[in-house]
Design a protein around this ligand. Structure first.
Ligand SMILES: Cc1cc2nc3c(=O)[nH]c(=O)nc-3n(C[C@H](O)[C@H](O)[C@H](O)COP(=O)(O)OP(=O)(O)OC[C@H]3O[C@@H](n4cnc5c(N)ncnc54)[C@H](O)[C@@H]3O)c2cc1C
Length: 401
């Protein structure tokens, strides 16, 4: 028996760890496009950008730990080029790797701003983070394109160094798709309080360059001076290698379409993490592709169990969770943002709570600086807690604050 995991990041690592936890003693091959051992991405837009940030990106586990403790054959710097589901082989540049079970965990790649222009970056990999940090170390004037979570964190890191930053966002309300319009508007206030200039409903139409590198960003005919531009405009599933493989790819973004057990169609093939569209049995949202750490970790672990023993595969009724850190504030979200009503409450002392109602159920919650509460909402969403009870609970926590 051979388990092959394509993609050596969070979901891929959790897949190999979980395979060994189940007692599986067979062969495991971990295939990764990057030269690096699996490493953590969230710090790349947070502590890593600080003046006194870590000198380098540390892997989750050493090579010796992966090889000797987990018995993993590492194929790093070796992207999967194709998949033959008939022969059950992952195709590499050299010899194909046969599999009995396969976990697709190739994640997503940052969408680049059409260009390319030197000095205009995305932020997805260790190399990206080093380039952004080097520009900040030089005291860059920064423009961030896109007021999503990564853009917001880059702006926060820039302000922490006392450097000027402008965020240019095409939508009128940032993060409206991720957290809804009212909570998105409340979060926009965090940028303004921190001295970040926020240009909403504004589109970047081009760049100016000087000496071969970016010197300005053109927005509605105006030029915003910039020596560093970071485009946080989303990520696309890394599935080019799956074309014509029999794995169904989503018509909108090319992600892998899975059922609720993470099965991707062909026998023995499961997908996990940022690459996968999965039906969550707790919501009637249809297949959802989340780009969140906890989702990738949970799905990676489950996909390996299912690939090793398909008869035991079960839906994963997990309430989505993500966090983001801006300007010293912790933003956390659980559930789904699709709602009939969102109630935003500002507690007496600090932070914010927004509750999301669908029908008579609580289906989502957002908090700012209320870390003790968010998991209580997550548990309520998991058991389909009635809306009235959740609102009452929020009231007690506000009084406690
Ligand atoms: C800067 C940044 C900050 C973040 N902050 C947060 C946060 O605060 N909170 C939160 O919840 N989430 C955060 N996330 C999201 C979280 O990191 C991702 O959800 C998680 O990394 C997804 O893991 P993954 O293994 O599915 O995919 P990825 O991490 O995308 O890994 C996929 C791996 O597969 C490799 N690969 C691609 N194609 C191939 C191929 N053909 N063959 C072999 N390997 C291939 C890639 O090189 C990559 O190493 C952040 C992400 C980024 C980029």
């Amino acid at each position: 028996m051979t388990l092959v995991v394509a993609g050596a990041s969070l979901a891929g690592l959790r897949a190999v760890e979980s395979a060994r936890r189940t007692g599986y003693r067979g062969r495991i091959v971990l295939i990764g496009a990057e030269e690096h051992l699996p490493y953590d991405r969230p710090p790349l837009s947070k502590a890593f950008l600080d003046v006194a940030g870590p000198a380098r990106v540390e892997p989750f586990r050493s090579e010796a730990s992966l090889r000797d403790e987990l018995g993993v054959e590492l194929r790093l710097g070796t992207p999967a080029r194709g998949l033959d589901t008939g022969a059950r082989e992952v195709l590499l540049d050299d010899r194909p790797v046969p599999y009995d079970g396969l976990v697709i965990a190739t994640g997503a790649t940052a969408r680049p701003f059409p260009g390319p222009v030197p000095g205009v970056h995305t932020l997805r990999t260790a190399e990206d983070a080093m380039a952004v940090r080097a520009a900040l170390d030089r005291g860059a004037r920064a423009v961030v394109i896109g007021a999503g979570f990564i853009g917001a964190e880059v702006a926060s890191a820039t302000r922490k160094r006392g450097l000027p930053v402008t965020i240019v966002e095409a939508l009128d309300v940032p993060l409206a798709r991720s957290v809804g319009a009212s909570a998105g508007a409340a979060l926009a206030g965090l940028h303004r309080e921190a001295g970040t200039e926020l240009r909403l409903g504004a589109t970047v139409t081009g760049f100016e360059t000087r000496g071969g590198t970016v010197s300005g960003v053109v927005v509605a005919g105006e030029v915003l001076p910039a020596d560093l531009v970071v485009a946080g405009i989303g990520a696309a599933p890394a599935t080019g290698w799956l074309r014509d493989s029999g794995v169904r790819l989503h018509e909108r973004d090319g992600g892998v379409v899975c059922d609720a057990t993470l099965a991707a169609g062909p026998p023995g093939v499961y997908a996990a993490g940022d690459v996968a569209h999965v039906v969550n049995p707790l919501f009637d949202d249809g297949p959802m592709r989340a780009e969140h750490w906890t989702n990738a970790a949970e799905q990676g672990a489950a996909a390996a169990r299912h690939a090793l023993e398909p008869a035991s595969a079960r839906p994963l009724p997990s309430v989505p969770y993500f966090w983001s850190d801006w300007y010293g504030h912790r933003i956390q979200f659980v559930g789904s943002p699709r709602a009939d009503e969102v109630v935003v409450a500002v507690p007496a002392e600090a932070g914010l709570t927004a509750l999301y109602r669908r029908g008579d159920r609580l289906t989502g919650a957002l908090t700012v600086d209320r870390p003790k509460e968010i998991m209580k909402y997550r548990r309520r969403i998991a058991v389909a807690a009635p809306w009235g009870e959740a609102v009452e609970f929020a009231g007690t926590t506000r009084r406690a604050a």
